[in-house]
Design a protein around this ligand. Structure first.
Ligand code: COA
Ligand code: ZN
Length: 314
């Protein structure tokens, strides 16, 4: 394993989008705003605030404009939003996002289930959006089901590299490879990211993992080994795609930060501040959340020696 040696790793929280989109209750707009404001002060590199999708498809994020209008933006934090089509892009631009996060799937069937488009139609939307944006804001392309699809099973490395090639040819310089339903394993992750990084050294790649089968942190390590230094993660481990059967929570932000900092990576994130916000999450969403560090406390936590053991030592 490579030595961390103080290397910078960028942590991007997606809980306000990937997390809240999956919640059965509508998190009130004012609560979302307060939550994002608190997250903004923890040192995260990027926050995915919401998505500009159809309210019928994702009712939980129907208040995208209101949320973005009211969030107090912190210098140094990028505010991004997921955009499925040109209409979504127009809405995002009006809200002065720093980045539009375009999305499509590597598999035809998930793209149709999620976006009601073929992959070719999604690529055409990407091209139209890049022309529309004209470099005014950053453009990121997220490729869902890049490590496997809940409908089709395996997705070949060739297929994913072909898609990145099409995306790169449009001039998009930021690409996220998403393990939408927690299918990826560490060997596969290291192989795919190493190939992508060596072919497109100038593309800023992000790894986006779901912890559906407990492989989230292992996959993050494998991506680090392949030279990836940007990770999407979700506070408390909230998250999931409503149009992907079996999808559950993302890699948990505070668990990721905790591991990276313990290994000697520099995330710039205040873990204690994240833990405080994470411990309030059950009140916000109305149920327990999967993240572990907020429950156990960081590994530096020390307990008082039980009194009978202390006496025996005297
Ligand atoms: N924002 C708001 N409304 C939108 C929209 C957008 N970006 N795109 C389309 N709509 C509206 C249309 O105006 C139309 O409204 P109407 O019924 O009142 O006339 C309705 O949505 C359907 O439009 P259509 O173009 O036929 O879209 P669709 O039904 O084929 O759905 C998407 C396509 C992409 C809009 C929809 O599938 C979607 O929002 N998916 C989001 C998936 C997602 O976020 N998944 C989780 C993250 S990966
Ligand atoms: Zn996701």
């Amino acid at each position: 394993m490579q030595s961390a040696n103080g290397k910078r790793v960028f942590v991007q929280d997606v809980s306000a989008r990937d997390g809240f989109q999956m919640e059965p209750i509508f998190v009130p707009t004012s609560h979302k705003i307060e939550y994002i404001n608190r997250l903004s002060r923890t040192g995260l590199a990027k926050i995915e605030v919401t998505s500009f999708t159809s309210a019928a498809a994702i009712p939980a994020l129907a208040d995208a404009e209101a949320v973005l209008a009211a969030v107090s933006r912190v210098t140094g934090v990028e505010y991004t939003a997921l955009v499925p089509n040109l209409r979504g892009c127009e809405r995002a631009l009006l809200c002065r996002v720093d980045e539009v996060n375009l999305v499509m799937s590597a598999s035809e069937s998930h793209n149709r289930a999620n976006l009601r488009m073929s992959c070719e139609q999604s690529l055409a939307q990407f091209e139209t959006i890049v022309r529309r944006v004209q470099g005014r804001v950053h453009v990121n392309a997220s490729v869902s089901t890049a490590f496997g699809c809940p409908f089709e099973g395996s997705i070949s490395v060739t297929r994913v590299l072909e898609l990145i090639d099409r995306i790169a040819q449009m001039g998009i310089e930021r690409v996220t490879l998403c393990d939408t339903t927690g299918i990826a394993n560490p060997s596969q992750v290291e192989d795919l990211f190493a190939k992508a990084k060596s072919r497109w050294p100038d593309i800023e790649f992000t790894a986006h993992f779901h912890n559906t089968r407990g492989m989230g942190l292992a996959n993050a390590l494998a991506a680090l080994e392949a030279g990836i230094d940007r990770f999407d993660a979700s506070l408390g481990g909230l998250g999931g795609c409503p149009f992907a059967p079996g999808a559950t929570g993302n890699l948990c932000t505070e668990d990721l930060v905790h591991m990276l900092e313990a290994m000697g990576y520099q995330t710039g994130v205040d873990l204690d501040a994240l833990l405080v916000i994470s411990r309030d999450l059950p009140n916000l969403v109305g149920h327990d959340v999967p993240g572990q560090t907020a429950k156990a406390g960081p590994s530096t936590r020390r307990y008082p020696l039980p009194s009978d053991s202390a006496k025996r030592l005297q």
